[in-house]
Design a protein around this ligand. Structure first.
Ligand SMILES: Nc1ncnc2c1ncn2[C@@H]1O[C@H](COP(=O)(O)OP(=O)(O)OP(=O)(O)O)[C@@H](O)[C@H]1O
Ligand SMILES: [Mg+2]
Length: 398
């Protein structure tokens, strides 16, 4: 066999007479110019803005322009032996497919140079257009006040984003205020597709068997809590309902500590889970296994009216927080709801946001103390009284 390999790669590694020494291999890796995957050194990190389950997120400046800001999400290499994590690949594939005004824009994937210092293992980053705030950060700041028209604008953009992703057969599966970004110009972007997946309408009556342990507990819909694995877009609509209520209550409306407690909070607000209001609920896997309080009346309207006041707003919330996923309103119908087509009409957020020059992110807001949380949670569930206003929320400078 000839010592030179065929083909045009120019890489001659495995033939007997031209085996590269370790040093040569390392030099080869160091010098290799990866196409489509620039070095992360083209950006300069400015601040850490997020610490998710799956890694850190940084604000960074593009060195070339010196003005353009990006968000860099580090890919957590949890099991290096298995190569590039499949979860990150899925997130990238989905983000590459989704291009919409109300979905965060993935610019590129970057890598650190492989050197002896990192044992020739690059770190990879997902690079996004930078958004100045996330909704959890904005809602934690008592100085940020949304008018009714502004709340409508937030919800309209959020539903537009959901309409778009659901039309493209993608489920987000992690709707929560921290995953909703807002630019300083008031444009909302759905973010964090780390748990997203494609869905299909079941063919020839065969049920899907998607993983059930998705969505942050406080935003998790009743069908997931009851073990459903054949779910669809309504799981995101429930989250949209929780976020919409939070626009007025300023804190998540049902903060269960366990799945069992979350189910109890849901039935206290939305009424007991019975086959009357939700035909088929009795055949969900966990229906018999969980403690499901009976005899609770639905109180969504009564509990939320003192906060929301606007009758169309209360009506839309009532339709988003429907127990039966088949009955829950979808993004298209929600966008056609009178809430968005009556005075005050949805109005631009940029003027209000221009009063807040510092970025607000969930990560940068002080953690709520446990006792405060418990107190507030009790209030939310029992009386839905406004949270006591203290000074624990401040603008953060970085
Ligand atoms: N493009 C962006 N612009 C500004 N901030 C961002 C951007 N992307 C993410 N962030 C911030 O970083 C946080 C974490 O990002 P993301 O939700 O994508 O990561 P994650 O690791 O999946 O987080 P988690 O597991 O907590 O949901 C977001 O809540 C947001 O505050
Ligand atoms: Mg997130």
């Amino acid at each position: 066999m000839s010592s030179s390999t065929s083909g045009s790669s120019g890489l001659q590694m495995s033939t007997s007479s031209t085996v590269l020494s370790l040093a040569e291999k390392q030099k080869y890796i160091e010098d290799y110019d990866f196409p489509y995957c620039d070095e992360s050194s083209k950006y300069e990190k400015v601040a850490k803005i997020g610490q998710g389950t799956f890694g850190e997120v940084f604000k960074a400046r593009e060195k070339k322009s010196n003005k353009k800001f990006v968000a860099m999400k580090k890919v957590l290499m949890d099991n290096e032996k298995e190569g590039f994590p499949i979860t990150a690949l899925r997130e990238i594939r989905i983000l590459q497919l989704l291009k919409h005004e109300n979905v965060v824009n993935l610019i590129e994937i970057c890598r650190t140079k492989a050197t002896a210092n990192n044992r020739y293992r690059s770190t990879f980053y997902l690079v996004f257009d930078f958004c100045e705030h996330d909704l959890a950060g904005l809602l934690s700041n008592i100085n940020v006040k949304f008018s009714l028209g502004e709340i409508k604008k937030v919800m309209q953009q959020l539903l537009n984003g959901l309409y778009y992703i659901h039309s493209n057969k993608i489920l987000h599966r992690d709707m929560k205020a921290a995953n909703v970004l807002i630019t300083k110009n008031g444009v909302l972007k759905l973010a964090d597709f780390g748990l997203a997946r494609a869905f299909s309408i079941t063919k020839n009556g065969q049920a899907n068997r998607y993983t059930n342990r998705v969505v942050t507990l406080w935003y998790r819909p009743p069908e997931l809590l009851l073990g459903d694995r054949n779910y669809g877009p309504p799981v995101d609509m429930w989250g949209a309902g929780c976020i919409m209520a939070e626009m007025w209550t300023r804190s998540p409306i049902m903060q269960g500590a366990t799945e069992q407690q979350q189910l109890i909070f849901i039935s206290q607000l939305c009424g007991s889970f019975t086959p009357d209001v939700w035909p088929g609920v009795e055949s969900l896997e966990l229906y018999q296994k969980m403690e499901l309080p009976m005899g609770h009346k639905r109180k969504v309207r009564d509990r939320l009216r003192p906060y929301v006041k606007d009758s169309h707003g209360v009506d839309l919330l009532d339709k988003l927080l429907i127990l039966d996923p088949k009955e829950r309103t979808d993004a298209d119908s929600a966008l056609n709801h009178d809430f968005f087509w009556t005075d005050p009409m949805p109005c631009d957020l940029s003027k209000m946001l221009s009063q807040h020059t510092q970025s607000m992110f969930e990560y940068l807001t002080p953690p709520r103390r446990a006792c405060q949380m418990r107190q507030y949670q009790q209030q939310m569930v029992n009386t839905m009284q406004p949270r006591p206003q203290d000074n624990s929320y401040q603008d953060r400078v970085y």
